[in-house]
Design a protein around this ligand. Structure first.
Ligand SMILES: Nc1ncnc2c1ncn2[C@@H]1O[C@H](COP(=O)(O)OP(=O)(O)O)[C@@H](O)[C@H]1O
Ligand SMILES: [Mg+2]
Length: 293
């Protein structure tokens, strides 16, 4: 029997910022339709992993493959390579690289089925919740200038579908009453859920959530846990989660990957990771530093 391919594979990822080696040989896989948590002390490199997976950063080295949609996507490749003279005799490669230069890596990662939320909420605060979700769908809605000018039936239909999709996700995320409120005026917990709704609007196969429970009260955290389960069970989305709330991590994750100082120090089931001496000492080390300061 062969083991099924992961949905996402991260292999020997390296990220260097000047003199700082933020990620050193990071490798892990994410199984399809699973909830995988990426944990570790502050500064461990968790957000940097997300930034590489979602095309915000170009990794110094390593391969990230998303096995999804119609074809597999090598994320490092779509966002990474520089133009070279040889490309001019290979129009396909040239076009792909030019496309990246015009539209950016995160745009292409989104098209290949990856969506994310941010550790520090990034919404258009002066737009309504609904408008935030419509803007998010611009990569998918089939609009061109002429069909927009002439309001062709296919243009109207695409607009209508985008609207329905937006209302659907507002409702799943418990935000139906907030559709016409400005995002910046929503309570903090609602803004966090609006970020998830926005990510889901793009119909991702993989959603990356960066500390979604940060700043939430226990009731909101419980509601978030239910929502994440819904994404996995009802919408068959694969979830990659960075989170500090260990209660949440241990209760919802199928698989946990632990980073410390840019390296993977443990991975496995929540129970095995919780009792791993390397993990305990990484977290105790942080507590000792805090106690001594
Ligand atoms: N854009 C950047 N430029 C320089 N250093 C960065 C940048 N992004 C992250 N780092 C550094 O990389 C390390 C890991 O940061 P980060 O991935 O944000 O950690 P975590 O999310 O685990 O708290 C830190 O030392 C941080 O200062
Ligand atoms: Mg972070």
């Amino acid at each position: 029997m062969t083991t099924p391919l992961p949905l996402l594979s991260v292999s020997s990822l390296m990220m260097q910022f000047g003199g700082i080696l933020a990620l050193n040989d990071v490798s892990f896989g994410v199984a399809p339709n699973s909830i995988t948590a990426l944990i570790g002390p502050n500064g461990a490199g968790k957000t940097t992993v997300f930034n590489c997976i979602t095309g915000f950063y170009r990794a110094t080295n390593g391969v990230i493959t998303l096995y999804g949609r119609e074809k597999d996507t090598n994320i490092g490749q779509i966002i990474g390579e520089k133009l070279s003279v040889v490309d001019f005799i290979q129009p396909k490669i040239l076009l792909r690289k030019l496309y990246y230069k015009m539209f950016g890596g995160s745009h292409l990662a989104a098209r290949s089925g990856v969506a994310r939320t941010f550790q520090n909420i990034r919404l258009f605060k002066d737009m309504t919740s609904l408008e935030n979700l419509l803007v998010a769908q611009h990569t998918q809605v089939n609009r061109n200038l002429l069909s927009g000018l002439f309001k062709t039936p296919s243009f109207n239909r695409a607009e209508q579908l985008a609207l329905e999709n937006a209302y659907h996700w507002l409702s799943v995320c418990g935000l139906a009453d907030d559709a016409n409120r400005l995002a910046g005026e929503l309570p903090y917990g609602h803004q966090r859920r609006l970020e998830i709704a926005r990510a889901m609007c793009t119909k991702p196969t993989l959603i990356c959530l960066d500390e979604p429970a940060a700043g939430l009260n226990p009731n909101e955290t419980e509601a978030l846990s239910v929502l994440i389960h819904t994404l996995k069970n009802d919408y068959h989305v694969t979830v990659l989660l960075i989170e500090h709330d260990m209660g949440l991590v241990m209760s919802i994750s199928d698989h946990v990957v632990v980073l410390d100082h840019g390296e993977v120090i443990a991975m496995g089931s929540p129970d095995s990771v919780k009792n791993d001496p390397a993990v305990i000492s990484a977290y105790l080390g942080i507590e000792e530093e805090a106690a001594n300061s």
